[in-house]
Ligand binder design. Structure first.
Ligand code: SIN
Length: 286
């Protein structure tokens, strides 16, 4: 089959034509979707209507599911799905502005996920868009001296510091906040990843630091590390590398966490916002 893809941002983002994610696609079709993902770094599908099982089945065709450490956010009957729902769903903890900082998903694991599949079920009338940025383009546009400077550097990624920071923000939905258990903390020790990553499928180089989870550059004093990271964060989220997605109910975005970042944006939380995300396991960055 042909996916009928239209590029909708300057350097990345493919909008897929007629494609029903709910179907049980064969290996050849999945290979085509994977190839399109590598080419465009993220794929947008409109007008989808998915059961939880169909969402999980599609995602599994690209690799085993990454189960989020914070089980409080996972659908009780489908732990492969994290509910980004500001009213909660079937007893999950509400998340109003969960990913409102630039990040790629779960980079704080030794083997961070290759991709995520986010399905929009309820959206507020205004706002609640998601921003995405192209980290290949950001890397390519760095001055040569910066490329040389960061070529062999590594950065520390940590979920715990992000959890504490996010929990401290009072967005009206955190009244019964919780602690991570010793078992959960044991799952998320700090890890180090290269600042410049080689994408394992495209072979291209990409910036691999994000303000959500990266705390410092390995072996650098705090002041120098902060200045460098700030510089890289600001550079990678410049307007020319960013695509803004205005959600419609039924949209699905499949993004590659190895070469993009994303950031949720503000909205009026008196309206419901509910999204389901599956996350697909990946490899150790090099
Ligand atoms: C995410 O950070 O995975 C979700 C972003 C969003 O809710 O817009």
């Amino acid at each position: 089959m042909t996916l009928g893809i239209k590029r909708i941002a300057k350097t990345f983002v493919g909008e897929v034509g007629d494609f029903d994610i709910a179907d049980d696609h064969d290996a050849a079709t999945i290979a085509e979707v994977r190839q399109a993902l590598i080419e465009h770094s993220m794929l947008v599908f409109h007008g989808q209507s998915l059961t939880n099982e169909e969402h999980i089945r599609f995602s599994r065709k690209f690799g085993p599911p990454e189960i989020h450490t914070v089980s409080q956010y996972l659908l009780p009957d489908h732990p492969e799905i994290i509910a980004l729902a500001n009213r909660g769903e079937n007893g999950t903890k509400p998340i109003a502005n969960g990913g409102a900082y630039w990040h790629a998903d779960i980079t704080y694991k030794a083997k961070p996920p290759m991709g995520s599949v986010l399905y929009s079920l309820e959206i507020p009338p205004d706002g609640g868009d998601t921003l995405f940025c192209d980290l290949y383009a950001a890397y390519d546009a760095l001055p040569d001296e910066t490329k040389d400077r960061i070529a062999d550097l590594k950065a520390v990624h940590s979920y715990h510091q992000r959890f504490l920071k996010s929990r401290a923000i009072d967005d009206g939905y955190k009244k019964d906040s919780f602690e991570l258990s010793p078992e959960q903390l044991a799952e998320i020790p700090e890890v180090e990843h290269p600042i410049v990553r080689t994408h394992p499928e495209s072979g291209r180089q990409t910036l691999y630091v994000n303000e959500g989870f990266v705390t410092q550059v390995v072996g650098m004093d705090e002041e120098e590390s902060e200045a460098l990271l700030l510089d890289l964060f600001q550079h990678s989220t410049r307007d020319e590398f960013v695509y803004r997605h205005e959600w419609q109910v039924g949209d699905v975005i499949f993004w590659d966490n190895r070469c993009t970042m994303h950031c949720a944006t503000e909205y009026d939380t008196s309206h419901a916002r509910r999204m389901h995300r599956t996350t697909i396991q990946g490899d150790a960055p090099y």
